[in-house]
Design a protein around this ligand. Structure first.
Ligand SMILES: [Fe+2]
Length: 262
């Protein structure tokens, strides 16, 4: 009833064109807490394209025992999805550049490290995340061990860990070790609360953040991303800061602003 009174849904502005590449999302259907179907993935991809992204890396969760994903299976599912999108109508979303993972540093991580079982973003970066609830002892040792094995580590959404402040000495230590930081775009719009929003901006202002990612899980996140493209504060921040998203598919490693390699 009264359909004519409904306002037309807002579409995204291409605010994130300067980033170009999104390197963190959960849009491979049914492998984690992200997209539940090919249709949901296609909807999210269309919105990502409208928001300015032309290249996507998928990063499903690897988390023991909740998401016991296996790299070979994930790669096959990713190839199937690409085929599915290509054969079912005209696909005009962002290029699906590759599939990697978001690796939780948990009780299964040590074995993974010993076996070298990691799928890297653009064959370069290992995306790691910590628990969203409580810290564990020895995270710096894990990061050090990864670096000793020549992995270039990106820490996912440091602004979302409640046990680290934006002036955390632990985070500062990680930066001095040469760990890259990736902030979630939706943190900047307050999607995860005021605390994460404030910390995200503070870390960017300190020059600690090399990557922005959507961490998109589903159409709820996609709707929030549309809203964020109208956020004047995000727009101003993007005009002032440079990120490395677009360098992922370029050959070689970029210089790291604000971080020293040990
Ligand atoms: Fe994620």
């Amino acid at each position: 009833m009264f359909d004519f009174l409904k306002s037309k849904p807002k579409s995204a502005r291409p605010l994130f064109e300067s980033l170009g590449t999104d390197m963190h999302c959960h849009l491979l259907p049914r492998v984690d807490d992200g997209s539940k179907s090919e249709e949901e993935t296609a909807t999210c991809l269309r919105i990502l394209k409208a928001a300015g992204f032309n290249k996507m890396y998928f990063t499903p969760h690897y988390q023991f025992p909740r998401f016991p994903n296996v790299e070979e299976d994930i790669k096959n599912r990713f190839d199937d999805l690409k085929l599915d999108l290509a054969t079912n109508g005209v696909y005009d979303g962002p290029e699906l550049a590759g599939v990697a993972g978001e690796y939780r540093v948990d009780s299964g991580f040590k074995e993974r490290l010993d076996n070298g079982r990691f799928s890297l973003i653009g064959d370069k970066y290992l995306l790691a995340e910590f628990s969203l609830h409580q810290t564990v002892v020895g995270l710096d040792q894990v990061l050090f061990d990864l670096q000793m094995k020549n992995y270039d580590v990106i820490l996912a959404h440091p602004e979302r860990y409640p046990y680290y402040s934006a002036s955390s000495h632990v985070l500062e230590h990680f930066k001095n070790m040469g760990v890259y930081f990736q902030v979630n775009i939706l943190s900047l719009s307050g999607f995860y609360g005021e605390g994460s929003r404030r910390k995200a901006y503070e870390m960017i202002e300190k020059g600690w953040v090399e990557f922005l990612g959507t961490d998109m899980h589903n159409t709820l996140y996609a709707q929030a991303l549309i809203d964020s493209t109208y956020d004047k504060k995000i727009e101003k921040m993007l005009s002032k800061h440079t990120f490395l998203n677009n360098t992922i598919s370029e050959p070689g490693m970029p210089q790291m602003p604000g971080a020293k390699k040990i």
